[in-house]
Design a protein around this ligand. Structure first.
Ligand code: GLA
Ligand code: GLA
Length: 692
């Protein structure tokens, strides 16, 4: 059976047959006459999945004592008659104006003490008991009323929890933070130790002295700041768990999810404020939203970031199928300049997510709004209506996804595990570090890109490493003894383990591991660094293998059993090793003491893949994406041509995009893609430029 989850022994059904297709549906923005037409259009496009009610609280409960469910009853009935399965929101994402008018303290407070006004969305503090009580009353009403509705396939708790309200410094939050710290540390002695409060006269002698790290004179206490980030993530997770508890009590057989924003970051943080590694195990199915950011091609291209986010989503989902809850058919409305997607780009983006394990492709939103803050955001039905190229592409996408039904439930093959640790990223976003340019998520993305020719899982630092031929530890700055021991064990067992600079520097309290860097991996790698020499943003240092070292260098000495593969050729580090390898058990531990340029990364990936016996798909590091999914029913090779040129791939099977049989060279037009149902799963793909 295609199940939503096999974690925790719960086997809940996936919301639809095969690959789900649809999006947010907000019929309350439109007169009822349009609803029937909407459902007809959904059928035309093979839409079988709709998220309903996300921002409906004020419509469902217009005053504290009145409820209006009639319209939503009719919407669910219509969708059910049209064969559309419903992902029903708990509708708690945005409180109605009457709630904040009666209880202004529900609104979140920023780090300078300003309490946000209403008029936008998500104006609630994650730690407000009043918000919590009112939201749970609504959830109970929703679950009781719709729990038995035949359209109901999935619960959608809130929406993008923490999208705008993740850091609240209100008095409610201060109280909740202290309770959280009391649970973590038990007593103040332990908190004072963990936070190193002897520094700068910060010793606490009463719990009421402990406050959220709001704006202050200069740099804050690093462990205080890190605990605050942990707390903010937990406070939002707690809202999810409270809603889920109500839903599970009333509808134990309906799966529950909340849509993550994996890889989307926030204005203050590259990785965002929610540690999804901890949230994912609480989901019956993991769902996430993804919007393109970055250039169309070249380094850091938007589709590279998409593939990193998708691989990270699969990593936190424990390799189980996940659902893309939102992306855009075309332009968004929230970047400074919002361009429409090129012809074919929407299909390519969608298939990239499926290639990387998504069993559902949904969008924000079904019908483009004519009013409101997102009226310029694209949709399945654009302002231009159905006589449009966009709608025709939507219909085509629906048909392609229908043909991919047998792919549902299959798994992505990934022999490389790239670690990503939210807390390390949070710690490196603080002031007071050797270099602000050293950002673990950015390093993880570069490593992921370098190894994209063999496909990577992006996985938590405590994941099972035993199935990977190659493990990359990219600037995992905070490292527990247990995680370090598992990384060492994976090396002994035969993995090629690449540790990059600024990994294993501190423990989980953010205390430096003494005796020379990198404390957690010094013995494994056979290296010892006394001091760091970070580089300026535009500075590079040449290595003797042709690599340009960027961002970071360090003064490194190596033990006798270490091979030096590259050295600095200039500056005060001339002759000092920059890339090393030490044989360990059946594997090897590699140390990369810098951040290489693109060619340098490619060279390292090639060398390590050769050592691991992995064959890089030809075309790696170009803009041609090749990923295989394999299941009980067969295997499928996804080939996506992001380049403006034709490319030719050697494949054997049936292309489910064009429904053509191919045996041998398949030429893909610029920007087009193929999903090959393979005749033989052992067929490797070989890519070359068509004219080469
Ligand atoms: C987020 C939200 C949606 C919508 C889109 C616009 O993902 O969940 O409600 O605002 O952004 O891109
Ligand atoms: C499995 C099959 C799919 C589809 C789903 C339905 O995953 O491979 O073709 O039938 O079950 O849940």
């Amino acid at each position: 059976m295609h199940t939503a989850s096999d974690s925790g022994g719960r086997h809940l059904r996936w919301p639809t047959r095969g690959i789900s297709f649809g999006g947010d549906y907000n019929p309350e923005q439109w007169p009822e006459e349009i609803w029937q037409r909407d459902v007809e259009l959904m059928r035309e496009a093979c839409v079988d999945f709709a998220t309903v009610g996300v921002f409906s609280w004020a419509r469902l409960q217009p005053t504290p004592d009145t409820w209006d469910f009639g319209w939503l009853d009719r919407v669910l009935d219509l969708l059910h008659d049209g064969g559309v399965r419903v992902d029903l929101a708990t509708a708690t994402a945005s409180p109605p104006p009457w709630l904040t008018a009666a209880h202004p303290e529900v609104r979140p407070v920023d780090e300078r003490g300003y309490r946000y006004e209403i008029g936008s969305r998500q104006t609630w503090s994650p730690s407000s008991p009043i918000y919590r009580d009112h939201s749970l009353v609504l959830v109970e009403k929703m679950a009781t009323r719709y729990g038995g509705h035949p359209a109901l396939a999935l619960w959608h708790v809130s929406n993008e929890l923490g999208c705008h309200n993740s850091r609240c410094y209100s008095p409610d939050s201060a109280r909740a933070f202290r309770r959280w710290l009391q649970r973590r540390y038990g007593d103040l002695t332990e908190l004072n130790r963990a936070w190193g409060t002897t520094f700068w006269s910060q010793h606490y002698s009463d719990w009421n002295e402990v406050v959220p790290p709001a704006a202050s004179t200069t740099f804050g206490n690093p462990t205080h700041l890190l605990d605050w980030r942990r707390f903010c993530s937990d406070a939002l997770l707690d809202q999810y768990l409270a809603e889920r508890e109500v839903l599970r009590r009333i509808t134990p057989d309906i799966p529950v999810t909340t849509n993550f924003m994996v890889g989307m970051g926030s204005p203050q943080s590259l990785a965002g404020d929610m540690n999804y590694t901890q949230w994912a195990p609480e989901q019956d199915l993991v769902s996430t939203d993804h919007y393109l950011v970055g250039p169309a091609t070249g380094d850091g291209a938007a589709h590279h970031r998409l593939s990193f986010s998708a691989d990270l989503t699969r990593g936190i989902a424990g390799s189980r199928p996940w659902l893309l809850m939102e992306h855009s058919t075309s332009a968004v409305n929230w970047q400074p300049v919002n361009r429409a997607k090129a012809p074919g780009e929407m299909l390519r983006n969608s298939l990239a997510h499926v290639a990387r394990g998504a069993d559902g492709i949904a969008f924000f939103q079904f019908r483009a709004s004519d009013a409101g803050a997102e009226k310029f955001h694209s949709a399945l039905v654009p302002h231009a209506g159905t006589d449009s190229a966009r709608w025709r592409e939507v219909v085509q996408l629906g048909a392609v996804l229908r043909r991919l039904e047998p792919v549902a439930g299959s798994r992505v093959e990934a022999p490389v595990g790239v670690l990503f640790d939210w807390e390390s990223q949070w710690a490196c976003e603080q002031d007071g570090h050797p270099s602000r340019l050293m950002q673990p998520m950015a390093i993880a993305e570069r490593a992921h890109h370098a190894f994209s020719g063999v496909t990577c899982d992006v996985i938590p630092a405590d994941a099972d490493l035993s199935r990977y031929a190659v493990v990359v530890v990219p600037a995992v700055y905070l490292c527990s003894d247990e995680d370090a021991a598992r990384i060492e064990a994976a090396t002994r067992a035969g993995a090629q383990v690449l540790v990059t600079a600024f990994s294993g520097i501190a423990d989980r309290d953010d205390h430096i591991r003494l005796g020379g860097y990198p404390g957690a991996f010094r013995d494994l790698l056979g290296v010892r660094t006394e001091e760091f020499f970070p580089l300026g943003a535009d500075e590079t240092v040449a290595l003797d293998d042709g690599t340009a070292a960027r961002i970071w260098t360090e003064y490194l000495t190596v033990s006798e059993d270490v091979d030096v593969l590259a050295r600095h050729t200039e500056g005060h580090l001339q002759g000092v090793p920059a890339l090393t390898r030490r044989p360990v058990g059946d594997g090897a531990a590699w140390y990369l003491a810098t951040v290489p340029d693109t060619q340098g990364w490619a060279r390292i990936a090639e060398t390590i893949c050769a050592a691991a016996g992995l064959d890089l798909h030809a075309g790696q590091n170009s803009d041609v994406e090749i990923v295989r999914r394999r299941g009980e029913n067969g295997s499928w090779l996804f080939v996506l041509n992001h380049t403006p040129e034709k490319v030719t791939v050697e494949v054997s099977g049936t292309d489910l995009v064009t429904e053509r049989v191919v045996d041998g060279p398949l030429t893909l037009a610029p920007g087009s893609c193929a999903v090959i149902r393979e005749d033989s799963a052992d067929t490797g793909a070989r890519t070359r430029k068509a004219d080469a």
